[in-house]
Design a binder for this molecule. Sequence first.
Ligand SMILES: Nc1ncnc2c1ncn2[C@@H]1O[C@H](COP(=O)(O)OP(=O)(O)O)[C@@H](O)[C@H]1O
Ligand SMILES: [Mg+2]
Length: 476
Amino acid sequence: MAGAWRGSLRARLMVGVVLLAAVGMVAVNAVSLLGLRLNLVDAADTTLTKTRDSVQHQVHRPTSPINLDNLNSLIPDGAYIAMVDDQGRVVAQTPTRTADGQARSRPDLPTPLPDDFAGHIVTVSSQDAPLPRYRTLSFPLGYSATVQRPGGPPRQFSRVVIAKSLKPADDAIYWLIGSDSAATLAVLGGIVLLSRGVLGVGLRPLRDMAATATAIAGGDLDQRIEVAQRHSEVGEVGTALNRAFDERQRSEEQLRQFVANASHELRTPLTTIRGWAQLHLHGLAQDPALIERAMLRIEGEATRMHTMVEELLLLARLDQGRPIAHAPVDLGALADDAVTDARVVDPGRPLTVEVPGEVFARGDEDRLRQVLQNLLSNALRHTPPDTPVSVTARALPDGTVQLAVTDQGPGMPPATAERIFERFYRGDESRNPTSGGTGLGLSIVRSIAEAHDGTATVRTAPGKGSTFTITLPAAR
Ligand SMILES: Nc1ncnc2c1ncn2[C@@H]1O[C@H](COP(=O)(O)OP(=O)(O)O)[C@@H](O)[C@H]1O
Ligand SMILES: [Mg+2]
């Protein structure tokens, strides 16, 4: 369970959200801390320059010694001031103890003080500890002044060092680091809880989908995923899956129907054959004329079964969607051949071929030959004997070619015309077993046309004859 949780999408999304939030918050905190620090140091530096100005003013060519206490009262709280003589020695400095007697830290100044020390403001650490640090500035007076130390002789000095403790700035920064960290942790905790909840709700549809798919795989084929928001990503997945389930169910249904139809169609001739054979075995068919008839019927039914099995095989192969040949096929020659064959079968039939110029389709010659043969045999079989039939082929400007078989026969009502391309569908008058049809001819025609990226259509009306049109890509 723990492993599943660790690998789950929700856990990974949550870790991602929390990590991103943490990185963002740390970055914002760091920038604000840096800004605050710059600001505070800047403020300390401003104080320092102001202090320098007032000290310079105070010690400007004094006639009497400067009183250290007076000077001390000039400088702001937390600031430090030292007088330095020509040798770089500190001769006087602000008290080392605070008013309440606490030891006070001082900046760690080098002894002797180099001439170029702290010409610009620099940061110096404390004497006995690294903290607090001091912003420190030293400036020469350009002349000698005298300082009066409490309880000591006056001393000469020519340089002043002033420093401002960074303790208030450091305190503010440490306080901010502490409070920022606490706030960041609290907010991250909140994000963990919230994202857990939000992701749980957001990913529930995925879990429902998995449950539905499992149920369907388990045999409950009518289950479908409930899609609440069609346009969300999850909704799109749900819709696509539902479509896939529908499609699968539909094709399974179709296959079942196909197998049932095929079995049914094969059963009829088998029953006939068995009936005649049993009649003979039981000695009931003594009459040579009857035996002759039995043999003819058995032969006829066997032929029909053979045709049907061949057609079923062809359909199965077409269903596999295997690529077909893409050779140029001369539709004019094909039409001539088919009509010549038909004339042999039905010599009295008025048959015409009409192919203006050269019409070449791109495809598989044998398959297209089969298309023409199926259409022509339908025209011969499903129309009265003397009905004219014509085969035409022409190239269209849009890069396709059309092959059409037209008869002046009885035509079909729309309800029939709609279904004739279905597998095993036969019109009412074609249902008697002697018609020899299987109901597969036109479905083969359509399958072949579609395998060529083409179409097969019919235009017909009762009493108006029928035109079957096959549209195919032209050969370049
Ligand atoms: N030229 C036509 N004129 C009238 N009806 C036709 C024509 N061609 C096909 N049909 C109808 O379409 C049905 C399906 O044709 P087909 O798939 O070739 O099956 P079959 O020819 O074996 O009956 C036929 O049974 C017939 O009713
Ligand atoms: Mg047919």
